[in-house]
Ligand binder design. Structure first.
Ligand SMILES: [Zn+2]
Length: 298
């Protein structure tokens, strides 16, 4: 049996060989961060697939590779990118077949899985914490809100766009939908809501007792709790990991209090929330772990 390469393709392409749920060597990042931190934004789908293919073929010189997993932002089903909000040029792109083609041109036959980047992170968390037998969910709090689930399951799972408010004035979500979690919790949406303050100033002012800001900070936590409670009611209780740059603002006590108010049925009790730091490594490991699992079950 060959080895697995994990890839995270968000702003750049990061690649590593994964063995026994851990990186087996250095992670390589292309193009170099200092060259262009947002390189993928201007590339076509085939150019991104070719770039990934080249890096995988370099790994395959030293090691026998037979499986490749790629974490990528957006709605991805059956190897096709159905939607990718930050890389609009990729919408409808048959990513898996393009990457298979790029690898085949270099003489490598490998099974390829393209998966949502937050699902890759969830698998990475499960793999590195010995939770591969459990249900793991992650919230990634950045410009938008990512939701990842392990084990990977058929479906769309756009948890960041769960409706958490019936107020028709809640229109700040990047997707344009009304009342969405991301429209309250996402960084971009907070900047739209508070045109005169940065999010960090909003949270600081709330701590000082500013009424408008502390009202919002409660809403922010209530929204995250509401989306988690909806997930619990559909998928059962379990562990939620919160990460990403804006996880620094999370008050776990407040989340626990709101979850306690929102989830009352006894079999659904017992969910736990933890903030952790995210990393490219986690996504690479998780992409590889899910690709290996998919290859085994095929
Ligand atoms: Zn939305």
């Amino acid at each position: 049996m060959g080895q697995t390469v994990g890839v995270l393709a968000t702003r750049q392409v990061a690649v590593g060989v994964v063995e026994h749920n851990a990186l087996a060597g250095p992670v390589r990042v292309f193009p170099d961060a200092s060259d262009n931190p947002d390189a993928l934004r201007t590339m076509t789908g085939d150019e991104i697939a070719d770039l990934i293919g080249q890096q995988v073929l370099l790994c395959a010189r030293d090691t026998q590779i037979d499986t490749v997993g790629v974490g990528f932002p957006g709605v991805i089903r059956n190897g096709v990118v159905e939607e990718s909000p930050n890389l609009q040029q990729i919408k409808g792109f048959a990513f898996a077949s393009s990457l298979c083609g790029a690898l085949a041109r270099g003489g490598l036959k490998a099974s390829v899985l393209i998966l949502n980047d937050a699902d890759a992170i969830a698998a990475g968390v499960a793999a590195t914490r010995g939770h591969l037998e459990k249900l793991i969910r992650i919230w990634y709090l950045g410009d938008g809100v990512g939701f990842g689930r392990y084990p990977q399951s058929d479906g769309v799972w756009e948890g960041g766009h769960m409706v958490v408010s019936l107020n028709p004035k809640e229109t700040y979500c990047g997707c344009g939908g009304v009342g969405h979690l991301e429209g309250i919790v996402g960084h971009r949406s907070m900047r739209l809501r508070f045109l005169d303050m940065e999010p960090e100033e909003v949270f600081a002012a709330a701590r000082e007792g500013d009424v408008r800001c502390s009202t919002f900070v409660k809403l922010w936590h209530r929204a995250l709790a509401a989306a988690s409670a909806s997930s619990i009611h559909l998928d059962g209780p379990g562990k939620f990991f919160i990460m990403g740059p804006n996880s620094q603002y999370v008050d776990l006590g407040l989340i626990a209090q709101y979850i306690h108010e929102m989830v009352k049925m006894s079999p659904l009790q017992g969910s736990l929330f933890e903030t952790i730091s995210s990393s490219t490594d986690l996504a690479i490991i998780g992409a590889a772990v899910n690709a290996r699992r998919a290859a085994v079950t095929d």
